[in-house]
Ligand binder design. Structure first.
Ligand code: DGL
Length: 272
């Protein structure tokens, strides 16, 4: 595995930027190429077969245009339904976000009661339930699909009253009174890489006794470990970062600019 090639990062839209941010922070010598499939998001409302096809196209695009040493599928939905298939077909090593997310939630939980907020397709796939139960067969897992959150975030409304109301509605079945598990979950896992952009509302509604975790840190650790064990960590002192999107480029540019506190050029990509 050559050390001087970039890391590819893929998501349906801007969500994977939350993982990219952590990668850039923890691995400052690594160059990155980000691809958001804005034209076809949200993936969470699609059929699994479509998401497999789109993920395959994205990996091929990254392989052809960025020659990455490793690709992070920074989308829970794509990881949940496509990772195994594309990993088998692709010559590029691929890391997903579900297993790292499950590991983060299990290290945070004290009462072994975890709520997972995710897209409809991720919940339907059962990927988080399996990943969590694989690591701890006794853990309680409550999954909650949140179909309106990704469209709100992509529309630039992550900090709106509408966002707060949607989060309140989705969180109710996980927290004390309404919860199937008494007295509710002690940890909420953000099982969609878009949701850290609404962490403010999720933490506010969860309250101080509930921990809110995401997969960005543990995914970055997994990337570091794989690169290190193959002698492929970059030795460069500076790095280059490129962001590509299909379809809409202004909205991802605004989100990226706010997140990285610098102007980010979003280049055009076409997937087929
Ligand atoms: N960021 C994707 C995820 O982690 C969002 C999926 C979507 O486009 O619905 O699941």
């Amino acid at each position: 595995m050559p050390s001087d090639r970039p890391i590819g990062v893929f998501d349906s839209g801007v969500g994977g930027l939350t993982v990219l941010k952590e990668l850039r922070k923890q691995l400052p010598g690594e160059s990155t190429v980000y691809l958001g499939d804005e034209a076809r998001m949200p993936y969470g409302e699609r059929e699994a077969a479509e998401v497999v096809l789109f993920t395959r196209q994205a990996i091929r695009w990254l392989a052809a245009n960025a020659d990455p040493k490793l690709v992070v599928v920074a989308c829970n939905t794509a990881t949940a339904v496509a990772l195994e298939v594309v990993r088998e077909e692709s010559g590029v090593p691929i890391i997903g976000v579900v297993r790292p997310g499950a590991a983060a939630a299990l290290s945070a939980t004290s009462r072994r009661a975890i709520g997972v907020l995710a897209t409809r397709l991720t919940v339907r796939s059962g990927a988080y339930y399996r990943a969590l139960r694989d690591l701890d067969p006794l853990v309680d897992v409550l999954q909650q699909p949140c179909p309106t959150l990704v469209p709100l975030i992509e529309a630039g409304k992550a900090r709106s009253e509408e966002a707060r109301a949607a989060v309140r509605q989705y969180m109710a079945p996980l927290l004390s009174e309404g919860a199937v598990v008494a007295p509710g979950v002690d940890t909420v896992l953000l099982g969609c890489t878009h949701y850290p952009l609404m962490r403010w509302a999720i933490e506010e509604i969860a309250g101080p006794s509930v921990r809110v975790v995401d997969s960005a840190t543990t995914t970055t650790l997994a990337v570091r470990e794989v690169l290190a064990s193959h002698g492929a960590l970059s030795r460069a002192s500076s790095a280059e970062h490129r962001v590509f999107a299909t379809g809409e480029r202004e909205r991802p540019r605004a989100v990226a600019r706010a997140m990285f506190e610098e102007d980010v050029e979003v280049e055009e990509a076409t997937l087929s």
